[in-house]
Design a protein around this ligand. Structure first.
Ligand SMILES: CC(C)(COP(=O)(O)OP(=O)(O)OC[C@H]1O[C@@H](n2cnc3c(N)ncnc32)[C@H](O)[C@@H]1OP(=O)(O)O)[C@@H](O)C(=O)NCCC(=O)NCCS
Length: 273
């Protein structure tokens, strides 16, 4: 699979892919070196490059990752679903920094090194059971899992509704996926760190809403103030609050917490396998 074929499948905009390809074509040896560094998790030099060059290195590396998927026998669709996050993050980084390309290479590196997989609606990452630093706790004594034990952390990519049936399918697919392709990776639970587990949402949103149903899938462990993340996820990257125009209960709730200087949190949840 060539880089151009991969770019075609990823459906990247031309204003991203063309300058990236041009840079690859003029800097093949350098790309090889940076790609090697990326796969070894050495990001010092790469992180100083501009976002088009960072994207170029990611694109350059994709055929190697594709080969690694095929060698493990992992379904090709999982590769494309996992790599669809590259386009999402180019969009986020453009909204955030107003520059073309990919800033968040630290995140996409995990996709390239087979540390994270998208299985239908959710992403799954090899991880260790942890407590958020400086967290306040909820029912910690009830938690049957040990700090540092192997687990799988899940993530919720933007761009689609959080349909509960799809989430359940994702979780059962994850059970099968890790048992089949990583049989030596023994884990007992899934964890998640997200603003979506806010217990207030049970009263703010409809009982049938996707977010409330998602929250019910996890036990809460701890929470830390994370107002910026909440604000960004609910109002986007435009930090000018004068432009906020709340359209639903979630935005009204978030804005009222901000205006009343009450913190919003990220929550640490877990769920037995
Ligand atoms: C997770 C996500 C897909 C949930 O969206 P959803 O499936 O629409 O959730 P719900 O159906 O429960 O939403 C209930 C209401 O809140 C609104 N809503 C949900 N997420 C919203 C968001 N991020 N910003 C603004 N409004 C949102 C919905 O439009 C809906 O409004 P309505 O009642 O007027 O129709 C969505 O929040 C999202 O894309 N978030 C970005 C990704 C993310 O936050 N990941 C977690 C990172 S830690």
């Amino acid at each position: 699979m060539t880089i151009r074929e991969i770019i075609g499948k990823l459906n990247l905009d031309k204003n991203l892919s063309e300058p990236a390809i041009k840079w690859i074509e003029g800097n093949n040896i350098l790309c090889q070196e940076y790609s090697r560094q990326l796969l070894k998790n050495k990001l010092n030099k790469i992180s100083r490059l501009d976002n088009i060059k960072k994207l170029a290195i990611v694109l350059y590396t994709l055929p190697f990752t594709y080969k690694a998927y095929l060698e493990k026998g992992i379904d090709e669709n999982i590769f494309w679903d996992t790599m669809s996050d590259i386009k999402i993050w180019c969009k986020n980084d453009f909204e955030r920094f107003n520059t073309l390309g990919l800033e968040n290479i630290n995140w996409i590196k995990k996709h390239l090194t087979l540390k994270i997989f998208r299985l239908k609606r959710l992403q799954f990452e090899f991880s260790r059971f942890m407590i958020l630093p400086h967290a306040k706790f909820k029912d910690i004594l009830k938690c049957p899992f040990r700090l540092g034990e192997k687990c799988i952390t899940l993530h919720i990519p933007q761009g689609e509704k959080l349909d509960n049936e799809l989430c359940k399918q994702s979780l059962s697919m994850a059970n099968e996926f890790f048992a089949k392709y990583y049989p030596d990776y023994k884990y007992r639970c899934y964890t998640v760190i997200t603003w979506l587990l806010n217990p207030d949402f049970k009263s703010v949103l409809n009982e049938d809403s996707n977010i409330v149903k998602f929250g019910k899938m996890f036990d809460l462990l701890g929470y830390v103030p994370d107002s910026d993340m909440n604000e960004r996820r609910v109002f986007g990257y435009d930090k000018d609050r004068k432009n906020y125009n709340p359209k639903n209960a979630l935005q009204l709730y978030t804005l009222s917490r901000i205006q009343n200087k009450k913190p919003l949190y990220s929550y640490n949840g877990y769920r037995a396998k």
